[in-house]
Design a protein around this ligand. Structure first.
Ligand code: HEC
Length: 148
């Protein structure tokens, strides 16, 4: 019984590998990017890159298991949803009103420790924000022209 179940699970895992993997990698230079237009200091840019850009930019750094289903599917869903809500690479194309709403939301998501997503931190421990990093981000975003 257990033997058949194992065979079945392996068969399903093999079959779903044919589901195509969506890639979030853009070769277009990000002319509308947050970093270009908001004078982001190097320390803040580095934190954003590690902790936020996998889901909130046009370029994701893919780990090896992203080649495998169903991991690839769940990652693609997160990226799609995350980018729809907030895309740092397209920030400058947002309306002023949207920019303000996003900056306010970024501050509250960081304060409440809702971002980066918990499920993501399990596999990407380096993306976890230390107390210092949290402060660096909050100081920067609270000081941003759209936070007022
Ligand atoms: C694993 C992917 C992932 C990572 C990494 C991630 N986010 Fe998100 N983020 C999402 C998803 C998915 C949503 C939309 C659903 C939700 O709110 O849970 C979201 C929503 C948001 C929102 C809400 C936007 C709105 O319209 O109110 C903000 C702000 C945000 N993220 C900021 C950040 C910041 C800042 C970081 C880095 C410190 C970060 N996120 C890291 C996936 C991610």
């Amino acid at each position: 019984m257990i033997g058949w179940l194992a065979v079945l699970v392996v068969a399903i895992v093999l079959v779903i590998q044919v589901i195509p993997v969506e890639r979030n990698v853009s070769t277009v230079p990000p002319g509308q990017s947050f970093e270009k237009t908001e004078k982001v200091p190097a320390n803040v840019a580095a934190i954003l890159k590690v902790s936020c850009y996998d889901c909130h930019s046009n370029n994701t750094r893919y780990p090896w298991y992203s080649e495998l289903q169903p991991a690839a599917y769940f990652m693609a869903q997160h990226m799609k949803e995350g980018k729809e809500e907030l895309n740092f690479d397209e920030f400058n194309a947002y309306s002023k009103r949207r920019k303000k709403a996003k900056i306010t939301s970024i501050i509250s998501q960081i304060e409440k420790e809702e971002m980066p997503l918990k499920s993501y931190l399990m596999l990407h421990s380096s993306a976890r924000l230390s107390a210092d990093e949290k402060k660096e981000l909050l100081d920067f975003f609270r000081d941003n022209e759209y936070s007022k």
